[in-house]
Design a protein. Structure first.
Length: 629
């Protein structure tokens, strides 16, 4: 299964009142702006231009302000009282407008009457002028900070925009974590190691009395879906100490230096609550080898890794903080991470064996109503190669199938349908013509015959010409038992099974189709590894050259020197071609000898579309008896 992520306290979303407060503040500033505009303007009397000149000539004007065509001014005390009777309440301010024809004598008249002439101004107090001048900029900056803060809250999960250097590690609480070690099955050795660490955290005196020191770090290694994160969740549910969890990718942001700052903050928080556990998921996201060129050179990531190395084994001792990390790519990790003093202990989680698969199935069917015909031991035997995540998905798919068929219990048929869906792919409607359908039938029967008769090949389980996934037809084989070591005879029989479909087409139609593309690719890839890596060639010899290896870490591959010469490469290519052609000739000859079985099986498959191993065996036995007779 792809284990669920750690139980954690979710940070609440940004509070709505903060946004409302900002809106209220903006509205208040806008109303103040309107008030300043209204209250800042003094009450003024409107005068005709002729009245204004009469007032100047009579000495009743003390000062004027000239602004384009508009003239504003102040009366003397006598002028204010004289004009109040005609224009309304007494006011010392007035304004008027110059006529379209320019009055060239105005300035001379004002100077002669000793009237003070001022430049254009609003008439507001200086503090109002200051506020009105800065108000647009204040509003603009407020909007910029608000939008920036909203964007940062979306990126940081509701934290302050200034908290980007804070650690994103979630602190799991025991009362909110429902997963325990009882929910983890099939990895008993890993559970023993983890139980020892939990016991050390609970009773450290028991170990310190004997001089034992708690490991600095524990590295969980295994393929995807084998339960690394689930085991960490179980530790959070079992340990009675603070548990901090984070994904390695969460250290890196768009700001330089944020990763190292978050590492420091995370370890500082853990030390405050020591003894404590820190879980880093997908460690290879930041733990890749430094200075590896095209495959992993990244200054910010390397600085984050350096900070982790320093915190785990630097000048500061923090024996009461244990670092737990998980990865499915230990081959790309920096060697400084793997040495004792950093990750002292490595726990390997492999794909479960038969008994482990049965134990995992028992955990996942606890809440599933099973019918009486469900045998978990048989189901575990037929799911070779399944990881814990695959088995969880199998149980869920079986439950969905039962619900889709309106059943009250999950039957063995539901598990069979779910298994086919996972292994073969989703069944889809066939759009093949009768001729193409016949080609697919002979192709799959060629695979099936070779799988049935080859002594080292995996047992034949099912043949179908119903399209599944991207395949037009499928031949399914199930290993008798879990395999961890492969012999040369097993691998050669496996290649013969791959070539069976193409060989059947060649026998029946005298030509081949494009349906064998993936078969040829896999056969060539497997044969290249047999000759280049495993020394399964008398001509090339026992050489392990790393040919055919998958290099996910491209920087290492491109920077590594070539291990063999051009002459040896040519020899390897020639040997691959020779052996592949020899295996194909054997396959064609074998199917030609069993032509009647091939025709009989193809006819039966075209009639039934899907055949199980018992039906296939019956058809082949009947065809063989007729041949002998």
């Amino acid at each position: 299964m792809e284990p669920e992520k750690q139980g954690q306290d979710q940070t609440p979303p940004p509070a709505v009142p903060n946004q409302l407060s900002f809106l209220w503040l903006s509205a208040a500033i806008f109303l103040m702006f309107l008030w300043l505009q209204d209250s800042g303007q003094p009450q003024q009397q409107e005068l005709a231009y002729s009245e204004f000149k009469e007032a100047v000539l009579s000495g009743q004007v003390s000062e004027v302000t000239l602004q384009n065509e508009e003239i504003r001014g102040q009366f003397t005390d006598s002028g204010s009282s004289q004009f109040s009777s005609d224009t309304g309440p007494a006011s010392r301010s007035f304004n008027t407008v110059r006529p379209p024809v320019e009055d060239t004598e105005l300035l001379a008249l004002l100077e002669r009457q000793e009237v003070t002439i001022r430049g254009a101004r609003s008439g507001r107090p200086w503090w109002q002028e200051l506020i009105l001048g800065f108000l647009p900029w204040i509003l603009l900056l407020a909007l910029m900070f608000w939008f920036w803060g909203a964007a940062q809250k979306r990126m940081t999960g509701g934290n302050s925009p200034f908290d980007y250097a804070k650690s994103k590690a979630r602190r799991a609480r025991k009362e909110t974590s429902t997963t325990t070690l009882d929910d983890v099955a099939g990895i008993e050795s890993a559970k023993r190691d983890i139980s020892e660490i939990i016991d050390f955290l609970k009773t450290p005196e028991k170990y310190r009395r004997l001089g034992a020191v708690m490991p600095k770090g524990v590295l969980l290694v295994g393929p995807p879906g084998t339960g690394k994160t689930l085991l960490a969740r179980a530790i959070a549910g079992e340990a009675e100490v603070p548990f901090f969890s984070i994904s390695a990718s969460e250290f890196i942001e768009m700001f330089v230096g944020v990763g190292a700052a978050r590492v420091r903050d995370m370890f500082q928080n853990a030390r405050k609550e020591a003894p404590a556990l820190i879980f880093i998921d997908e460690l290879d996201a930041i733990g890749r080898s430094r200075g590896a060129g095209l495959g992993g050179g990244h200054d910010e990531r390397e600085q984050t890794l350096n900070q982790i190395l320093t915190e785990m084994d630097g000048f500061e001792a923090h024996e009461n903080v244990l670092v737990l990390a998980a990865t499915n790519r230990p081959d790309v990790l920096d060697s400084a991470l793997l040495r004792p003093g950093r990750f002292d202990r490595k726990i390997t989680l492999d794909r479960p064996h038969k008994d482990a698969r049965e134990a995992i199935l028992k955990v996942h069917v606890r809440k599933v109503p099973l019918a009486g015909d469900v045998n978990l031991a048989q189901l575990a035997a037929r799911t070779t190669g399944f990881s814990g995540a695959d088995l969880k998905n199998l149980v869920n798919e079986a439950a969905l199938t039962a619900a889709r068929e309106n059943r009250d219990e999950v039957t063995a048929h539901c598990f069979e349908v779910a298994r086919d869906r996972i292994i073969l792919g989703e069944e889809r409607d066939s759009q093949l013509t009768p001729e193409e359908r016949e080609v697919v039938a002979y192709h799959e029967c060629g695979h099936a015959l070779m799988a049935y008769y080859m002594p080292k090949a995996d047992p034949l389980t099912k043949v179908t010409i119903i399209p599944h996934g991207m395949a037009m037809g499928v031949t399914e084989q199930t290993p008798r038992e879990d395999k961890y070591n492969y012999t040369e005879s097993y691998l050669r029989d496996r290649i013969k099974v791959m070539l069976g479909g193409r060989s059947a087409e060649k026998i029946i139609y005298g030509e081949v189709s494009t349906g064998a593309q993936n078969d040829l690719k896999e056969a060539t890839k497997l044969l290249r590894r047999m000759i280049g890596q495993w020394g399964m060639s008398e001509k090339v010899g026992p050489l392990g050259l790393g040919i055919g290896e998958e290099h996910v870490f491209l920087g290492r591959e491109m920077g590594a020197p070539r291990e063999y010469s051009e002459k040896l490469a040519e020899m390897i290519d020639s040997e691959i071609q020779t052996q592949l052609m020899d295996l194909e000739r054997f396959t064609v000859a074998f199917l030609t000898e069993h032509r009647k079985e091939l025709d009989a099986l193809a006819k039966a498959v075209m009639e039934r579309e899907t055949m199980e191993s018992e039906e296939i065996e019956q058809v082949l036995n009947d065809a063989g008896n007729r041949k002998i007779a």
